[in-house]
Design a protein around this ligand. Sequence first.
Ligand code: CO
Length: 276
Amino acid sequence: MELQIKPCSPFIGCEIKGVDLARPLPERLIAGIRDALLSYGVVFFRDQKLTPAEQLQVCSAFGEADEYPFVNGLPGFPTVTPVVKLPNESVNFGGLWHSDTTYMASPPMATFVHAIELPPLGGDTLFASMYAAYEALSEGLKETLSGLRAVNSAHKPRVSDTRAYRIDDSGKDVGGQVLEAVHPVVRTHPESGRQALFVNGAHTVRFEGMTVFESAGLLDYLFRHQTREDFTCRFQWSEGAVAFWDNRCTQHYPLNDYAGYKRVLHRVTLKGDVPV
Ligand code: CO
């Protein structure tokens, strides 16, 4: 097997052909996929057929699977989270721009999602490069942001709304605990050494040492800036497709444009380190 890599846009995303992820991957292919993930931020595969055990097996080549705090995993697979939208539901899980669970002290380094059941049309996911977003800022604003840290919370109202159905039918008892973490506004990627903007509209509440009101103006600017169309690519899912993204330097936005249809993905997140 030889990897064939086709970039999706100038800043982010590539499609990888020539790999059957259900078969044991030789070290050479694992290294090639890891390189592509680091270069493109998100890699896509088509026509895969992975059981939850096989998905975990692939993921184990790249990191250690983690549990999601709010929703139970599949029976027997606590680290494989079903991402489901049912025909009668109005909101979709995580349906806004975000990086996954940045309210944790160590947010996941990557997320691996496998499409199981899709609507006939719609349900695409947008991805944005936080390297491109950072690099497009003025030197003055880069300087201002360089010393800042921000509070990330699991409980902003808009993102809480997107979990409501799943917490109703398969939620975990988090015992009313508040999940919150403070991270640098600009993080240095531990593998590439590049700087990435690390605030996001779903979870970032305020700058450390400032009030929510004081922070709002600049944060709102950053939330709009970082998801500018020129920093993005758009992935149209197909049955069996896989999206594997680097959560340290990208954001994603699953569109909610398939009312009346069911959509099921299987998601695994891989443990990350403390952002610096
Ligand atoms: Co997400």
